[in-house]
Design a protein around this ligand. Structure first.
Ligand code: ATP
Ligand code: MG
Length: 406
């Protein structure tokens, strides 16, 4: 079928008030940026939605890109015609005849969005249906459970005719709800948390802690690849802060509180991240934690770890099961990279029995006994390396090992 436009519907943007037009503007900006390679496209904003004119570009690759843009709930390839009954009827028939698998049943679902149009929705259902039916003898009307719903949407600027509604990512446009830092490990969870946070309109920059030379160059590349994948969803160059964590880990390990070491490391991570957040104008920290998944993610641990920062900790995965998280990771295309078997900085120091219920007093006492801790934290912030990633550079993923994720 020769669709000439794409009709875009917003997601959570159906919010009232002043913010709405800002969100719409931002979404249009992001859409244009993401679809820049398709040079012929033109854009048109009407109240509550957007249309893109294809101007000869083919629909499929554009649809594939639109699916991943935050703030778009759904979209449809449409034929647009003047608000003229004969034209609407002809285009409707053309569309019905062009369907790859000819349906046996259909119904017309007309909507009069422009109230000045002379025929009501009900009348249009009838006027269009009675034109299509005689021209397609195999076709019957089924209002309850039709194979095809022929939508006829009369708006002031044009009438849109379509049968397909494709789901997109939903949520809010990237950056429309403020900025946060994502704690990005090389694991399965944190990239998914990042995707979910961006979907809710958070602008993100990622922070990764490495223990070079204990962790390898490969481990670093893996995180870069994950951040690069997130940059595709962000639709803008994506910042990755690489924090040298070796000295702090070594010093914390020397405190000989083996079962508290993960708690101590996480708190140090949060302190460093808080300082990076202040420097970079971010107001929250996103992590990939999921309740009960490991010792450091029990409620008791979260309580003691979270007290190390005053910033809100956002944990999109907190109530999800591992399998659900894995399914999301597969969908967003990070899973294969995440299961590459390179050491994470924390696994290096993993004790035999990490505390599931760390004692805040002991933790604070231990930290206070490390006189140079603040200095080490300041040095880590100072030594942080910044990379800016775009999705275009080739990924360097290697063959993934099997069953590495539990
Ligand atoms: P993930 O799959 O995201 O690594 P996980 O199940 O392995 O999560 P943990 O290793 O306990 O869980 O980490 C919990 C969270 O702490 C991670 O989701 C991530 O947000 C953060 N985190 C852990 N290690 C690092 C790191 N090296 N750099 C930055 N953030 C980290
Ligand atoms: Mg991990």
């Amino acid at each position: 079928m020769n669709y000439d436009k794409i009709l875009i519907r917003y997601g959570d943007l159906i919010m009232k008030g002043r913010n709405r037009s800002q969100f719409e503007k931002r979404l249009l900006q992001q859409l244009k940026r993401a679809l820049r390679p398709f040079e012929a496209l033109t854009y048109f904003k009407t109240y509550g939605r957007l249309t893109i004119s294809l101007n000869g570009e083919s629909y499929e690759p554009i649809a594939a890109r639109i699916k991943d843009i935050f703030g778009i709930a759904s979209f449809s390839p449409v034929i647009s015609v003047e608000n003229d009954l004969e034209k609407i009827r002809e285009a409707s028939l053309l569309l019905m005849k062009s369907l790859e698998t000819p349906p046996k049943t259909f119904k017309v679902a007309a909507k009069r969005g422009w109230k000045a149009y002379p025929h009501s929705s009900q009348e249009m259902n009838h006027l269009v249906g009675s034109y299509v039916l005689p021209a397609m003898p195999e076709l019957k009307v089924d209002v309850r459970n039709p194979e095809v719903e022929l939508r006829v949407d009369v708006q002031e600027e044009a009438t849109y005719i379509f049968v397909k509604v494709e789901m997109a990512a939903g949520g809010f446009p990237f950056g429309s709800n403020g900025k946060a830092l994502l704690l990005l490990s090389g694991g399965i969870d944190s990239p998914v948390a990042g995707w979910m946070a961006m979907r809710k309109g958070l602008e993100l920059e990622a922070v990764h802690f490495h223990s070079y030379p204990f962790t390898s160059e490969k481990a670093k590349e893996k995180v870069i690849d994950l951040a690069r994948r997130l940059s595709y969803y962000a639709g803008v160059p994506f910042k990755l802060h690489l924090v040298p964590f070796t000295d702090i880990q070594t010093r914390l390990a020397a405190a000989k509180q083996d079962n508290l070491i993960i708690t101590l490391m996480r708190r140090a991570m949060l302190r460093i991240t808080e300082q990076l957040a202040v420097k970079n104008g971010a107001n929250g920290i996103v992590t990939g934690e999921s309740l009960g998944q490991v010792a450091s993610q029990t409620l008791g641990s979260m309580n003691v770890i979270g007290r190390a920062t005053d910033l809100p900790l956002i944990k999109p995965l907190v109530m999800m099961d591992k399998q659900e998280i894995i399914n999301e990771a597969v969908k967003i295309g990070t899973f294969e990279t995440s299961i590459l078997p390179y050491e994470d900085c924390c696994t290096l120091f993993l004790p035999k029995s990490p505390s599931t219920n760390p004692n805040l007093k002991v933790v604070e006492y231990t930290e206070a006994s490390i006189k140079e801790l603040d200095q080490l934290i300041a040095e880590a912030v100072e030594g942080t390396e910044l990379m800016t990633l775009t999705p275009d550079a080739p990924a360097q993923a290697e063959d993934a090992g099997e069953d590495r994720w539990f």
